[in-house]
Design a protein around this ligand. Sequence first.
Ligand SMILES: NC(=O)c1ccc[n+]([C@@H]2O[C@H](COP(=O)([O-])OP(=O)(O)OC[C@H]3O[C@@H](n4cnc5c(N)ncnc54)[C@H](OP(=O)(O)O)[C@@H]3O)[C@@H](O)[C@H]2O)c1
Length: 245
Amino acid sequence: MKIEGSVALVTGANRGIGKAIVEVLRDRGAARIYATARNVDGLAALVATDPERIVPLALDVTDRAAVRAAAAQATDVTLLVNNAGTAQFSGFLNTDDPATAHADMDVNYFGTLSMIRAFAPRLKANGGGAIVNVASIASFVNFPVLASYSASKAATHSLTQGVRAELKAQGTLVVGVYPGPVDTDMARGLDAPKVPAAQIAKATLDAVATGTEDVFPDEASANLRAGLLSDPKATEQQVGTMLPG
Ligand SMILES: NC(=O)c1ccc[n+]([C@@H]2O[C@H](COP(=O)([O-])OP(=O)(O)OC[C@H]3O[C@@H](n4cnc5c(N)ncnc54)[C@H](OP(=O)(O)O)[C@@H]3O)[C@@H](O)[C@H]2O)c1
C-alpha cells in the first residue's frame, strides 16, 4: 500500500523504534499519524515537528477499554503499527515469580491481539489497509537471556500468521518485522552491535509499500534467519550460549 496519504496509528510512539516509524511516516507523506503512548506528555516534541499531521493519543495496549476507545476515535486508520513492547532480561528458571513471564506476554502478545481485534473492522471499512507487527528475531529461536520475551515474540509471530490468513479476504496486508539488536532503551543491557532505530523504521515502511510480508531488517537478523533455515539445531545451540547472568 502507498505510505503517502495513508492514515497510520503507531503504538509505543514516544521513543525507540515507534518514534522512528512516526518520523519516517511523516517524511514519506502520511496524511495523518496517530502517535500513541501510555503517557502523551512524552510525545510533545515529536508532535511539535508537524502538529497538523501528528495526533497524540493516550493508549496502553494492555487496557482493553483504552484500546476500544482508540478504535472509536481513530476511525480513519488504514495502517496499524503494533510496535509497543517490553522485554524482561531473565531466564525461565532464575525466578519463580510468574509476573516476569506474564509481563512480556501481556504487552507483546495480548496487547497486539487486542489492537488487531479492535482495528480490523476499521481497516476493512477503509479498504483493507495494512497491519505491521514488530516482533523480533527471537520469534524464531529462544534467547535464554530473554527467555519469556522470546516466548512472547514467538506468540506474536504465530498471531501474525493467523491474522494474515483471517484478514486475507478483506484485503489487509499483514507484515511481520523481525529485528536483531536495535539501539534503543530496550537493548541498553545487551552487549552486541546494534543498528539505529531509523533503519528498522525505513525497512518496515518499505515492506508495507512493496507488500512484503516478512521483514529481516538488519544484518544480524538476516544472518540468524539464514542460519535457522540452513542449520536450525546449530543456530539454537549457538544462541543457547547466551545464558542469563
Ligand atoms: N531494541 C531491540 O533490540 C529490539 C529488537 C527486536 C525487536 N524489538 C521490538 O521493537 C519494539 C519497540 O521496541 P524498542 O526497541 O523501541 O523499545 P523501547 O525503546 O523500550 O520502547 C518500547 C515502547 O513500547 C511502549 N510500551 C511498553 N509497554 C506498553 C504498553 N503496555 N502500552 C503501550 N505502549 C507500551 C513504551 O512506552 P513507555 O515509554 O510508556 O514505557 C515505549 O514507547 C518492541 O516490540 C520490541 O520488542 C526491539
